[in-house]
Every structure is written in structure tokens, then in C-alpha cells.
Design a protein around this ligand. Structure first.
Ligand code: GDP
Ligand code: GDP
Length: 438
């Protein structure tokens, strides 16, 4: 089940970051250990009662002149509409109602999204300052909080989780394969989406239960149903400052990745793997998603012997944490090799959802540990009693051992490679957990 997404929008300085940090419960930025991946607090997982969700601070607005501020806020609200299940619109009780608040409220009201109006900085709780003025925004009862003093947050969280989609919505989409097309600007995402959709496929217009229509295109090929999640097009939306463009494309990319079954990670053939590509691929890997690395604009490359094989090696070495993924060379422009993509997506999906019977797994484990002994430390050797697969998407294995502390990173890597050699799992990350067996 995909976690619901909650986005916070509002003017600068109303207290969005303070609220965000309170809910997420830590001030630190989140830095992952995948090479090249740093995430700031744009995006974090949160929990309330038994609900798990993802909180996004859409932020990214500078204190600018009034008209620039307005266009930035509209862009911010738009990204929330495109990606979130629930939108928190935050205003400031100390400053009172502003014209920009009214504009954004008008904009938000036009969509069918659930919007919760939060009046922050109500520090003297019983005295509600300008609280009643905010009814004028037409977004229902305002929720008074003080993020600074941690007042009223529990009530708002109750309200937020009460609007999460029913579990059943996940079932409805179960037989639809979601494909995310991700990559830096100008790498050819829109071109590829258009090419895939053009190739004689039926576009299904109204699949019930899909609410995020702005970026999802469902289509069908034979009996197979797909939805393509587009992350392009942001730049075309008018005048937004560079920093917020960057922020919004990160939000959009992360959201698409989180919701997909298979990600197409686009790389420009002429530029090779760049830092930004590494970052995006890193998100896909961390989220445990199946991926295909697509090298686009192959038509622009002058080919000599082995150009493709050389490039494949280079790409896999640059994205070494993702060296389990297929690399496919295309031209979205001419359509070269694009027809093969859907078959590859299906194959990837099959690998990511494959289950290996425990008996076979343990045969492989026996062979692997016989070929190279598990590590030992201070005279004690790691013993792996048995392993079993507990999950798919990504495949997840539990190893029962004498002492998890004795496991070494390099030995896990060895086991992973052994499993891949024996069972495949092309395109998908693999997850291991260790349990001490008493
Ligand atoms: P953002 O720009 O919307 O992310 O706002 P910040 O979270 O950075 O907060 C802007 C300023 O408002 C900071 O100086 C905060 O300390 C302050 N602030 C945030 N929440 C409260 C609150 O509940 N009461 C008061 N008095 N100040 C707050
Ligand atoms: P996006 O920003 O990732 O959606 O990239 P676009 O699909 O808008 O493509 C950016 C530019 O690259 C456009 O001018 C496209 O025509 C061009 N382009 C996209 N794919 C190819 C390709 O395979 N070959 C060539 N030569 N140009 C391409």
C-alpha cells in the first residue's frame, strides 16, 4: 500500500518548516548513504496513530515582490494539487488574512482536493486573534495551531488522517502497471511518453479511482493495462524562480517514483551519466523500485565498433549501486528500439514480484556459503541457519543467523550477487534482514 501524501503550502514565514519539523519529529536533514544522494527536508515520512504518511514541504518561495510571490504561490499550489492526497494550507494568525492568501484559496477551491486550512501562530490558545477572519477563505473551519509551541497539532493530525483514501483504492488499481518516466530536464521524457502513447495503444480516459489525473495517463495494450506517470512539463508552466523549479521537480519526481512499479530512468547519450542523473537514480534505488536505465538520443551518437557496449559498461559503472538494471539505448525522436520498452517493463515487473521457494533458496545458500565462508570476528564465525523470502517489490529476504553483528557488508553483497546469478532479479533492488535465532 502506497503511503498517502500530505503537502503543506502557504506564504513564506507562516511557519511551514516549523510545523513540518514538529510532525516529522527531527530537525536533522535526511542524508542517505547512496552515493550522490542528499535529501533535504522537502520530503519525510511521518506517523500518527497507526497511519503512516509522507509529508512534503512545498516551500521554495522567496520573499519577493507581490506579483512574483503570487505566481510562485500558484505554482506551489499546483504541485500540491498534482501530487498530494491532502493539502494543508497554512496561514499566519499574527499577520492576519492577506491578499495572497485569498488568491491561493480561490485557486485551491477550484480543484476537488481535500484542503485543510491551518491558522498558525495562535500562541495564546484561548485568545484566537484573527482566527475568525479566515472563514472568509471559504475552506471550511480553520484549525488553530501553534507550531512554535506545539499546540493543537494532535487535533489537526486527527483531521488529516481522517481524509486518507480507503485501503480499497489500492486494490482497484492492482492490475495496472504504473510506469514512471524520470530524468533531468530536456533528457527526452515528454518525447518518450508521447512515443509510447502513440504506438497504436488505446488511451483509457476514465479509470475510476484515479484521482491524480493531471499527471497520469492510463493506456492499454492488448489485455495489459498501464498508467504512465509523467514528470515533465514543469518548466512550461510560467515564470517560477529557479530554486522553486528545482524543488518542485524533485517533489514531482519523488512522488512519481514512490507510486510506480517500474521506473524508466532516462540518461542523455551525449552527456553520459551526470550528477543529477545519479541523484534521480539514487531515489529510485532507495525506494526499492524496479528500474530500466534508458539511454536516449542515441541517434545523435556517432557509432564505431562497440560504442554501445562501451557506453553500457560506463553507465553501469557510473550508477554502480544500480548495476542490476538493464540498460536500453533508444531514440525517442526516431522511435528506434522504443517498441521494446513495454516488454522490458513487463519482464522487470515479473522479476520484482518473483517468489523463490524456501527449499531452492537454501540450496543456493548452502552452495554460496560452501564456496566462500561467512565472515568471523574474534574467533566467532557467522552462521547462517537458513533464509526465506518474506516480500516482493522489492524481493526481501530474512536470514536467520547466530549473531547479526557478525555479518559484514561485503558478505551480504556477495550473497546478493549469488542470488542474482542463481535466480535473476534483474532490474530490482534486493533487501535483506537479519534475525538472531536463539
Ligand atoms: P516557513 O517559511 O513557512 O517555512 O516558516 P518557518 O517555519 O521558517 O517560520 C517562520 C518564522 O515564524 C520563524 O521565525 C518561526 O520561529 C516562527 N514561527 C513558526 N511557528 C510559530 C508559532 O507557532 N508561533 C510564533 N510566534 N512563531 C512561529
Ligand atoms: P523533457 O524535458 O525531459 O521532457 O525533454 P523533451 O522530451 O521535451 O525533449 C527535449 C529536447 O530533446 C526536445 O527538443 C526534443 O525534441 C529532443 N529530443 C528528445 N528525444 C530525442 C532523441 O531521441 N533524439 C534527439 N535528437 N532529440 C531528442
Amino acid at each position: 500500500m502506497i503511503k498517502p501524501l500530505v503537502a503543506i503550502v502557504g506564504r513564506p514565514n507562516v511557519g511551514k518548516s516549523t510545523f513540518f519539523n514538529r510532525i516529522v519529529g527531527k530537525r536533522v536533514s535526511i542524508v542517505e548513504d547512496t552515493p550522490g544522494v542528499t535529501r533535504d527536508r522537502i520530503y519525510a515520512d511521518a506517523e500518527w496513530l497507526n497511519y503512516h504518511f509522507t509529508l512534503v514541504d512545498t516551500g521554495g518561495i522567496d520573499l519577493a515582490s507581490e506579483d512574483v510571490l503570487l505566481s510562485q504561490m500558484r505554482a506551489q499550489a499546483q504541485i500540491a494539487i498534482d501530487t498530494a492526497d491532502v493539502i494543508l494550507f497554512m496561514v499566519d494568525a499574527k499577520q492576519g488574512l492577506t491578499a495572497a492568501d485569498e488568491e491561493v484559496a480561490d485557486f485551491l477551491r477550484r480543484f476537488k482536493k481535500r484542503v485543510i486550512l491551518i491558522v498558525n501562530k495562535v500562541d495564546n490558545y484561548p485568545k484566537l486573534d484573527n482566527y475568525y477572519d479566515f472563514y472568509a477563505l471559504g475552506l471550511g473551519d480553520p484549525w488553530a495551531v501553534s507550531a512554535g509551541q506545539a499546540l493543537g497539532l494532535g487535533d489537526v493530525l486527527d483531521e488529516i488522517v481522517s481524509h486518507f483514501p480507503e485501503e480499497s483504492r489500492g486494490d482497484e488499481e492492482e492490475d495496472i502497471l504504473h510506469i514512471a518516466v524520470v530524468g533531468k530536464p530536456n533528457v527526452g521524457k515528454s518525447s518518450l511518453v508521447n512515443t509510447i502513447l502513440r504506438e497504436e495503444r488505446v488511451i483509457v480516459s476514465d479509470i475510476p479511482g484515479t484521482t491524480r489525473d493531471a499527471i497520469d495517463t492510463p493506456f492499454q495494450e492488448g489485455e495489459d493495462r498501464y498508467t504512465i506517470i509523467d514528470t515533465a512539463g514543469l518548466r512550461k508552466r510560467g515564470r517560477i524562480e529557479d530554486e522553486s523549479i528545482e524543488r518542485y521537480s524533485v517533489i514531482r519526481t519523488l512522488t512519481a517514483i514512490r507510486r510506480c512499479d517500474v521506473a524508466l530512468v532516462l540518461v542523455d547519450a551525449q552527456q553520459g551519466v551526470t550528477e543529477q542523473d545519479t541523484k534521480i537514480a539514487g531515489y529510485v534505488h532507495e525506494e526499492g523500485k524496479s528500474s530500466i536505465i534508458i539511454v536516449n538520443k542515441w541517434d545523435l551518437i556517432e557509432k564505431q565498433t562497440n560504442t554501445m557496449e562501451k557506453m553500457r559498461k560506463q553507465v553501469l559503472s557510473d550508477l554502480s549501486f544500480m548495476d542490476y538494471s538493464p540498460v536500453h539505448f533508444i531514440s525517442a525522436k526516431t522511435g528506434q528500439r522504443t517498441q521494446k520498452i513495454l516488454d522490458m517493463v513487463k519482464a522487470n515487473y515479473a522479476e520484482a514480484t518473483k517468489r523463490i521457494p524456501t527449499g531452492l533458496l537454501n540450496d543456493a545458500l548452502g552452495d554460496a556459503t560452501a564456496a566462500i565462508q561467512p565472515p568471523s570476528d574474534k574467533g566467532r564465525r557467522l552462521r547462517i541457519y537458513y533464509m526465506t523470502q518474506v516480500g516482493v517489490k522489492p524481493p526481501h529476504f530474512v536470514l536467520f543467523v547466530n549473531d547479526p553483528e557478525l555479518m559484514h557488508f561485503s558478505y551480504l553483497r556477495y550473497l546478493e550477487n549469488y542470488l542474482r546469478k542463481t535466480f535473476g532479479f534483474s532490474g530490482t533492488p534486493i533487501k535483506f534482514s537479519l534475525r538472531a535465532r536463539g
